[in-house]
Write a protein that binds this ligand. Structure first.
Ligand code: FAD
Length: 389
């Protein structure tokens, strides 16, 4: 609904206005704030309740040492940067962000052709990436064996794998920004982006009142909502939501490790519970937990742990931002106007946040990013285009 206030209040000028308060926007905003820049963060809803809240918080490397593609390389480096990054977030927020390197077990049933195919692909990847930090056995680990389905299995153990309590991470990033004096604008929908006297002006509506946010630079980091912002600039991305449904059940094993069933089912410890996930529903843009999610998670749980009841204590879903080529979109939209974008992190945005934030911050400062953003250029073939095209 357009603002009916003819005299919206102005705020700023900020050095940077970030549109979207998910892990990508918040992490970049904090990077900039820690560099002494005046930062505003604007979100159409509450902060940190998008995909980043829904995520399971897995930071998997699959024991890889080298990436076999620019994306894998970026992923591995970002996950490797986590301990140092979390320490900075904790120091800036005064809060502890639970991060665990308790490892991961990955179970491949050998009596199922699809699982055997996935196993061969996994073995190929481990070989290609010179992975070394893992062991393999043809038996369930003792702590899972009493719950396990019968039948032959191959089990990989990756002892160095990590996960993060992503909801606490989001709260901590927001708190760090607050402490750093950032302008925080929850519930503000941007309706217009223009330029006045060489400065970007974002006109937003919050609780029916207009607000004009002035900023030298703008970062679009609105996850699956990026096209709403890009549309104001006459642009669009082939970005689609991929819904994921998850549920939480009481912990039935005592260890803090993650467990993966082949590639598409996982159990991640969260306090006294386990997160079970997740569906992959392309192009679905509602965020209900529904019968499909329930049936999928129940079937997966039964397949690997037939005696464990799907007694969900919480259910939810989220929308992963996926670009047509599945790669993130990070770089300048309009360098002359100081408008950049960071989105399309699809299934790995929590993992990719530390390095994405550092790279975007370097870009905004005219510095060489610590990792090449060339493969993720917003203007690559098949990414940004005129909205009329
Ligand atoms: C079910 C599920 C499980 C996942 N598990 C993992 C995992 O284990 N590990 C991992 O690394 N990744 C995981 N991911 C992926 C990860 O969550 C995403 O890649 C990441 O959260 C994307 O972050 P974001 O900041 O771009 O988007 P979001 O977190 O969605 O944030 C975007 C923000 O922009 C706001 N917004 C939208 N439109 C507008 C607008 N027009 N104006 C202003 N603000 C707007 C939204 O309100 C939202 O707050 C998972 C995702 C899902 C859905």
């Amino acid at each position: 609904m357009p603002s009916e206030n003819p005299h919206p209040s102005s705020t700023g000028p900020y050095d940077l206005a970030v549109v979207g308060a998910g892990v990508i926007g918040l992490a970049t905003a904090l990077e900039e704030s820690l560099r002494g820049r005046r930062v505003a963060v604007i979100d159409a809803g509450a902060f940190g309740l998008g995909a980043s809240w829904a995520a399971a918080g897995i930071l998997n490397t699959r024991a890889g040492l080298l990436g076999n593609s620019p994306f894998r390389e970026f992923h591995l480096r970002s996950v490797g940067a986590y301990p140092e990054w979390i320490a900075r977030v904790e120091s800036a927020s005064g809060r502890t962000v639970p991060y665990s390197r308790a490892g991961d077990y990955q179970i491949f049933p050998l009596d199922d052709p699809a699982s055997r195919l996935a196993l061969h692909e996994r073995e190929d990847q481990l070989f290609r990436e010179k992975a070394h930090a893992f062991t393999v056995r043809d038996a369930w680990p003792d702590f899972l064996a009493p719950h396990a389905a019968p039948g032959p299995v191959r089990v990989f153990h990756y002892p160095g794998e990590a996960y993060i309590q992503n909801r606490v991470l989001l709260e901590s990033l927001t708190e760090a920004l607050r402490r750093g004096g950032a302008g925080l604008f929850p519930g503000a929908r941007v309706e217009k982006i223009g330029r006045e006297n060489g400065v970007n002006v974002l006109e937003a509506v919050a609780e029916g009142r207009g607000v004009r946010i002035l900023a030298d630079q703008v970062l679009i980091a609105a996850g699956t909502g990026c096209n709403e912002i890009l549309g104001l600039l006459g642009l669009s991305l082939p970005l689609s939501p991929v819904k994921g449904q998850l549920a939480m059940l009481p912990r039935f094993y005592s260890q803090d490790t993650m467990v993966h069933g082949v590639e598409k089912f996982y159990l991640i410890p969260r306090g006294d519970h386990l997160i079970a996930g997740a569906t992959t529903e392309r192009g679905v843009d509602d965020t209900e937990f529904n019968a499909l999610g329930d049936a999928y998670l129940t079937a997966q749980l039964r397949r690997f742990f037939p005696r464990v009841k799907p007694d969900w204590v919480e259910t939810w879903s989220g929308l992963r931002p996926r670009c047509a080529d599945r790669l993130p979109v990070m770089g300048w939209v309009d360098e002359a106007a100081g408008i950049a974008i960071s989105t399309g992190h699809y299934k790995s945005g929590i993992s990719l946040a530390p390095l994405s934030a550092r790279c975007l911050s370097a870009l905004l400062h005219g510095e060489k990013p610590p990792a090449s953003l060339a493969p993720f250029d917003p203007w690559r073939a098949g990414a940004l285009q005129s909205a009329a095209a």
